[in-house]
Design a binder for this molecule. Structure first.
Ligand code: XMP
Ligand code: MG
Length: 184
């Protein structure tokens, strides 16, 4: 049963059904590519925790999960590309096949830093699975995801783990936040 759309959302861009379709496709791609391996899915907190929970259940090969929390240095609005680790992995990744799960790729600077950092720990492979990629005109992100869920418009989007000031992560759909909400 569809729930009512939150009043701060101007438009729903991905419904619960859209999301289900995207995640099951990603799960099938990963299951195909990692047959016989035991990948470690690394969720980037906090945004990716909802996506990762669904992605794990769409993967049919043995796998593990661990979590990292990072924050970008900078003015707080735009990524600077320098990332501070707030919570590190509990798992040793040497020789492992790593798949980083991210909610949204914008400039790509956060992920590109993270990939380099994890590569330095001697894993067998590091791939990126991004639920969404923001389409920014005349801009190429710093990193190309190996697995991509969907493109989203160049707007501030929330829901399905994505927040504005820690709110809206619980929305089961992805929507565009009304601009008047952030000028309140
Ligand atoms: P970069 O620019 O390094 O940043 O790819 C990616 C991170 O920025 C956050 N982000 C958003 N969060 N709605 C959000 O809720 C958005 O539209 C949005 N765009 C970027 C997010 O944390 C992501 O991991
Ligand atoms: Mg994030």
């Amino acid at each position: 049963m569809a729930q009512e759309i939150n009043e701060d959302i101007s438009e729903v861009i991905l419904s619960e059904d859209d999301i289900k379709g995207i995640v099951s496709r990603l799960g099938a791609e990963i299951s195909r590519d990692y047959a016989g391996k035991n990948p470690l899915i690394v969720a980037v907190l906090r945004g990716a925790f909802v996506f990762t929970a669904d992605l794990l259940r769409a993967i049919t090969v043995p796998c593990e999960v661990d979590f990292m929390a990072v924050s970008s240095y900078g003015d707080g609005v735009k990524s600077s590309g320098v990332v501070r680790i707030l919570k590190d992995l509990s798992t040793k990744i040497e020789g492992r096949d790593i798949i980083i799960a991210e909610d949204i790729l914008d400039s790509g600077l956060t992920l590109s830093y993270l990939v380099d950092m994890l590569r330095g720990r001697g894993p067998r492979s590091v791939k990126v699975c991004a639920f969404s990629l923001k389409d920014i005109p005349n801009h190429t992100p710093a990193i190309k995801p190996d697995y991509l869920g969907t493109h989203v418009p160049d707007e501030f989007i929330v829901g399905y783990g994505l927040d504005y000031a820690e709110h809206y992560r619980n929305l089961p759909y992805v929507g565009i936040l009304k601009p008047e909400v952030y000028s309140r």
